[in-house]
Ligand binder design. Structure first.
Ligand code: 9MR
Length: 392
């Protein structure tokens, strides 16, 4: 149960509204302040932020966010590129950044079919290794990585994207070699390596019926086996229309019923036309570039900017409705210029999926999100006042 305890300054800000507030001496409200009684607000940070290459962007991250996720630096290929060789330079910096700024630090990820070097699955002759060898490699990796950051990284995406679009377990080398129980084993190893850490299952497109069914079956089975799993990460790589906010709402309720924390882990909204009906985060998709698919190279037209703001406002009102079970909302990137969507599923496009533009300035979508937070709090205050008045 979250307690509403806004600092004294907040009601003033709420009454004056965000736009008016900047004309007063009150400090402009930030994302993390706006949602401080609801959930933490995170951003995935890339190597440039981690190595503090751009002071303005680093300042933006510190100011707006109270959680970080590593966009790439903790993936297997980054920390464990060759057998027996670990490279923790960037990952250590990432964790240090979070600790120094008192942020909720996410580990992403331990076991995935992508960004895992091929050697992990093969012997010296290039053939698949046997089950026990691969389990040994998995255990070594999880113990070394999660063990190193024990007590520092607060929660891990232990298994990422294990369910395919039909709701079946994805037939990755992990599954082919170890069998379906590779998933339970990964959680057991992670729990042993860091007993305090929260352990998540993270996936995209969990709004789609078949995939949702598959993920629920998987989670229920893990729970029935007594495997520790704390939460589910809904990635939310969305477009302006898909999935509908109604469907997102239903999806959150469905996972909440499993007794899990729900996290929005990789939020962005792709505004570009899509060369495929099915646009999700399936990394294997790739299409030829053409001006038709890249219409906003000179800036985002106002109507689309407004549509993006409305879309974000709708999504955040759903998240706020579920504030009791949502513990974190993380954007997949900081500014539009950082986003992976400039390269996916077509390389070299100009997308506008986040709340901050390429110069780090808050877009109308940023203000829309703050306004939603404020208006819901005004509503909460009013109903509290009404119900306490009714007491007398
Ligand atoms: O944003 C990441 C991008 O820089 C990488 O090239 C890509 C490789 O697959 O992974 C991206 O992040 C993915 C995340 O780790 C898992 N969910 C989907 C994300 C977008 O592809």
């Amino acid at each position: 149960m979250k307690i509403f305890s806004a600092p004294l300054i907040l009601p003033l800000v709420l009454l004056t509204g965000y736009a008016a507030k900047s004309q007063t001496n009150l400090p402009p409200i930030t994302l993390k302040e706006a949602f401080q009684n609801d959930f933490v607000i995170g951003a995935a940070i890339n190597a440039s932020v981690i190595w503090e290459k751009n002071a303005a962007e680093v300042a933006l991250v510190k100011r707006q966010f109270n959680s970080i996720s590593p966009e790439n630096v903790l993936k297997w290929e980054s920390v464990h590129p060759e057998p027996g060789i670990y490279d923790f330079q960037a990952a250590d910096r990432y964790v240090q950044f979070g600790l120094a700024n008192k942020m909720f630090i996410v580990g992403h990820n331990l076991i995935w079919h992508h960004q895992t070097p091929d050697w992990v699955f093969r012997d010296n002759s290039g053939n698949f290794v046997d089950r026990n060898t691969l389990l040994g490699r998995m255990r070594d990796h999880i113990f070394t990585v999660a063990g190193r950051y024990r007590g520092k990284i607060n929660g891990w995406d232990v298994v990422n994207e294990a369910v395919d679009e039909n709701g079946e377990l994805r037939d990755s080398p992990w599954r082919k070699i170890i069998g379906d129980d590779y998933i339970a084993k990964a959680y057991e190893f992670a729990h042993e390596a860091d007993p305090q850490a929260q352990l998540y299952y993270n996936d995209f497109d969990l709004e789609s019926r078949r995939k949702q069914k598959g993920a629920i079956a998987l989670i229920k089975q893990l729970q029935a086996q007594g495997v520790k799993i704390t939460g589910v990460g809904l990635q939310e790589h969305d477009t302006l229309k898909q999935p509908s906010s109604r469907r997102v709402d239903q999806t959150i309720s469905t996972f909440e019923k499993l007794g899990l924390k729900v996290m929005i882990t990789e939020l962005d909204v792709n505004v570009l036309p899509s060369p495929t009906k099915r646009l999700d985060a399936e990394v294997s998709r790739n299409f030829q570039s053409s001006p038709k698919w890249d219409p906003y190279t000179n800036g985002l037209p106002d109507p689309v900017q407004r549509q993006l703001a409305r879309r974000y406002a709708d999504l955040f009102s759903v998240f706020l409705k579920h504030r009791e079970c949502i513990s974190r909302v993380t954007f997949w990137g900081v500014t539009d210029g950082d986003s992976w969507l400039n390269t996916y599923p077509i390389r070299g496009r100009t997308d506008y999926p986040l709340l901050f533009d390429r110069a780090g300035k808050g877009k109308p979508a940023f203000e829309a999100v703050l306004k939603i937070a404020q208006s819901q709090k005004v509503a909460a205050n009013t109903s509290r006042e009404e119900s306490s008045a009714a007491h007398y």
